[in-house]
Design a protein. Structure first.
Length: 190
């Protein structure tokens, strides 16, 4: 329902709000993307419909905004499921991978963690404390999957994949570290 409501809105003039905490002195991020979308929808590019998807694999990748997987990994539209979350953690990606494999038929998985990742800058206890202080939340039982060692985190996530009953075990699953400073991928062997 939400998606339908949003697309209904987007087909019409984007309603740009300037109220609340994001006043004109602090342009809202969402207002900016609505304006960009209006420009896109009015352009020729919006009429170039993508061809039939032919998925070749699924990639689990950190949500770090500095990494543009389309460019870095050479992925034309329709070729890959790119599953992103904080850290590129496998535990959070299994649901999407199961759907990618069972519904869309992907038969390879690449896991990518990266240097200079924000996940190494906090601990579970740090985040639990912040959530308690800022939101009054009790996150005692929550694991935010922070990590400090990159190779260890990749190996741990390959193990998480191998231990899951809902993803295929008869296909290649490989883990990598992406170096933000060189743009290079390096494989981590389990
Ligand atoms: Zn990251």
């Amino acid at each position: 329902m939400l998606a339908a409501a949003v697309s209904w809105r987007m087909e019409r003039e984007p309603k740009v709000t300037t109220q609340g905490p994001h006043s004109s002195s602090h342009p809202s991020f969402v207002d900016d993307i609505l304006r960009a979308n209006a420009r896109f929808a009015a352009s020729e590019a919006a009429r170039e419909l993508p061809g039939q998807a032919s998925y070749r694999g699924a990639i689990v990748l950190c949500m770090d905004a500095r990494i543009d997987p389309i460019r870095v990994l050479g992925l034309p539209p329709g070729t890959a499921h790119i599953i992103r979350n904080a850290g590129g953690r496998m535990a959070e990606a299994l649901r999407s991978i199961a759907i990618s494999q069972q519904v869309m038929g992907t038969r390879e998985v690449a896991l990518v963690h990266h240097t200079d990742c924000g996940m190494a800058t906090f601990t579970n206890d740090d985040l639990r404390r912040r959530l308690h202080e800022e939101l009054g939340a009790d996150a005692t039982g929550s694991d935010f999957l922070a990590f400090s060692g990159l190779e260890e985190s990749v190996r741990e996530d390959l193990g998480v994949y191998r231990a899951s009953a809902i993803v295929r075990q008869d296909i290649p699953v490989r883990g990598f570290i992406y170096d933000i400073s060189t743009g290079r991928l390096r494989e981590v062997f389990a």
